[in-house]
Design a protein around this ligand. Structure first.
Ligand SMILES: C[S@@+](CC[C@H](N)C(=O)[O-])C[C@H]1O[C@@H](n2cnc3c(N)ncnc32)[C@H](O)[C@@H]1O
Length: 207
């Protein structure tokens, strides 16, 4: 994503990325940031049993290393698919903090709803996500962060609690064996809720 955006953003635009895998960040600093000074990459030494088992920080309390209201666009491609509920809720709060009031956020994830649950039950899903904890489903209880599914209703509530309004429609993915899809993972678009925004509230209620 960063490589593609390096050719897309003008010098007036900038990109800030972070990840918990040091080698990926070092690669991006060497190959992208060195040639595009408006691109920056930071390593966050956060524990994740799958990606960074020696990490010292917790994603459920991590503060994103960015100023309040500093981003027009925030995206997480296949990141919430590796975080547990407390961490997702913290990241949503943090996104709500760093995003500009006019900004938007795109996140991909595996949403558990009646359709995906039924497809998993019928054995048609590429991931056998099974109940692990409240609102959370995993393929491997010993390494839960390997692949995480989240209850759709819980996720949308957490978004609202973080001041982020989901923008319908959800673009559902093929991961669970669905025949009508946009991509592999489910895609959700969010925008900061405007105080007293009746239109946003109506949309959220309509989910
Ligand atoms: C499946 S990969 C997706 C990578 C990239 N976004 C893409 O689509 O190709 C999941 C990424 O999430 C990162 N990750 C896992 N836990 C994270 C956390 N707490 N904060 C930020 N990134 C995290 C992993 O290190 C990994 O790079």
């Amino acid at each position: 994503m960063a490589s593609s955006l390096a050719r897309f953003l003008s010098p007036q635009g900038s990109y800030a990325g972070f990840d918990i895998v040091r080698v990926g960040i070092v690669w991006a600093q060497k190959n992208i940031a060195s040639r595009f000074p408006n691109f920056s990459f930071v390593h966050a030494d956060i524990f994740n049993k799958h990606y960074n088992p020696k990490g010292k920080l917790s994603s459920s309390s991590f503060r994103l290393p960015y100023e309040d209201a500093s981003f027009d666009f925030v995206f997480l491609k296949s990141v919430f698919t590796h975080l547990l509920p407390d961490s997702i809720q913290n990241y949503l709060q943090e996104i709500g903090r760093v995003i500009k009031p006019t900004g938007s956020c795109l996140a991909t994830l595996f949403l558990m709803n009646p359709e995906s649950t039924e497809l998993i039950r019928r054995g048609q899903s590429s991931l056998n996500l099974l109940s692990y904890s409240d609102d959370c489903y995993v393929v491997d209880a010993k390494f839960p962060e390997t692949a995480v599914g989240i209850s759709q209703s819980a996720f949308l509530q957490w978004c609202e609690k973080s001041g982020l309004t989901p923008k319908p429609p959800i673009h559902y993915g093929s991961w669970c064996g669905r025949q009508d899809y946009m991509s592999y993972q489910d895609i959700v678009l969010l925008s900061p809720a405007v105080q007293g925004d009746q239109l946003g509230q109506d949309f959220t209620t309509a989910w």
